[in-house]
Design a protein around this ligand. Structure first.
Ligand code: G3P
Ligand code: CA
Length: 243
C-alpha cells in the first residue's frame, strides 16, 4: 500500500506555513491528511505556530506564550492576517473529513496545560474519543514522551505517534512504550536504517516519516512500507508516488 500524503504545516512549500491558504492548497493538491504544530498563547488559546517566536513567520516579534490571541490576530502571516487557531483548523478538517496530525510543542514550558487544553478542545469538537483509532480524525504527536503520556492518560482513545530524531537504544528492536501507538522517525533515521519500518511493523506499529520532499526519499519511504509521509509539497510527492 502506498503511503498517505500528509501536508506538513499545509502545502508549506508553496504557501505561508500554518495559514488557511496553505491548508486549502494542500487539500487542492490532493493531500490525504494535514499536519500542524500547536502552542499556547498567554491567554490560553491553542494556535498553530511552529517556532517559539513569531519573528520568522510574521511581521511581528516576540514569544507566542507571551502574546495574547488578540495580539497574534493583528499580525500578518505571509499574506494572511491573523493567527490560525487550532479551533479553526479543526473546523476545516471536519468540513473536509480530513485527518489532522497535531504536534504539541514544549510540554515543559506549558506544564501540561497544552495537552489538557488540546483534549478539552477536541472534546468540544467531538474528536477526543474516536470509536476506532484507525479512523480517528485526530492523531496526536510529540517528540516529548511526557506530552504523549499525558495525552494517553487524558484521552486513551486518541491515537498517538512518538516522534523520533534518533533511534533510542531501547527502541531499536521496533518496540514502543505502551502509550505510543505508532512511530515517527525523521527521514534521516530511515535513510540510515530503512529496516526500522519492518521492525516497527513486527511490533504492530505503523510509521509516520517526516519531512519528505526529495523524490528519492519519497521512493525510499514507499518501498519500505511507511504508512504516512509528511511533506511540504503534497502534489509533487503524490506525483512521485504515482510513478
Ligand atoms: O511532522 C513532524 C515534524 O513536523 C516534526 O518536525 O520541526 O517540523 O515540527 P517539525
Ligand atoms: Ca511539526
Amino acid at each position: 500500500m502506498l503511503p498517505s500524503v500528509v501536508a506538513h504545516r499545509g502545502a508549506s512549500a508553496h504557501a505561508a506555513e500554518h495559514t488557511l491558504a496553505a491548508y486549502d492548497l494542500a487539500l487542492a493538491q490532493g493531500a490525504d491528511a494535514l499536519e500542524c504544530d500547536v502552542r499556547l498563547t498567554r491567554d490560553g488559546h491553542l494556535v498553530c505556530v511552529h517556532d517559539r517566536r513569531i519573528d520568522r513567520t510574521t511581521n511581528g516579534r516576540g514569544v507566542v506564550s507571551a502574546l495574547s490571541l488578540a495580539e497574534l490576530a493583528m499580525l500578518d502571516y505571509g499574506g494572511e492576517v491573523g493567527v490560525l487557531t487550532l479551533d479553526a483548523l479543526l473546523g476545516l478538517t471536519a468540513d473536509h473529513g480530513t485527518r489532522l496530525f497535531v504536534e504539541t510543542k514544549h510540554p515543559v514550558r506549558y506544564g501540561g496545560l497544552v495537552e489538557a487544553k488540546l483534549v478539552a478542545l477536541l472534546a468540544r469538537h467531538g474528536m477526543a474519543a474516536p470509536a476506532d483509532k484507525d479512523t480517528s480524525p485526530i492523531v496526536v504527536m510529540s517528540f516529548s514522551t511526557l506530552a504523549v503520556r499525558r495525552v494517553r492518560a487524558a484521552a486513551p482513545g486518541l491515537p498517538t505517534v512518538l516522534l523520533l530524531s534518533q533511534l533510542w537504544p531501547t527502541l531499536r528492536d521496533g518496540s514502543l512504550p505502551p502509550w505510543a501507538d505508532h512511530t515517527g522517525p525523521g527521514i534521516g533515521l530511515l535513510r540510515r536504517d530503512p529496516d526500522y519500518v519492518a521492525r516497527a511493523a513486527d511490533h504492530g506499529h505503523a510509521t509516520y516519516c517526516w519531512t519528505v520532499d526529495d523524490p528519492a526519499d519519497v521512493e525510499l519511504c514507499a518501498g519500505i512500507g511507511v504508512r504516512w509521509l509528511a511533506t511540504n509539497a503534497p502534489a509533487a510527492t503524490r506525483a512521485v508516488l504515482a510513478r
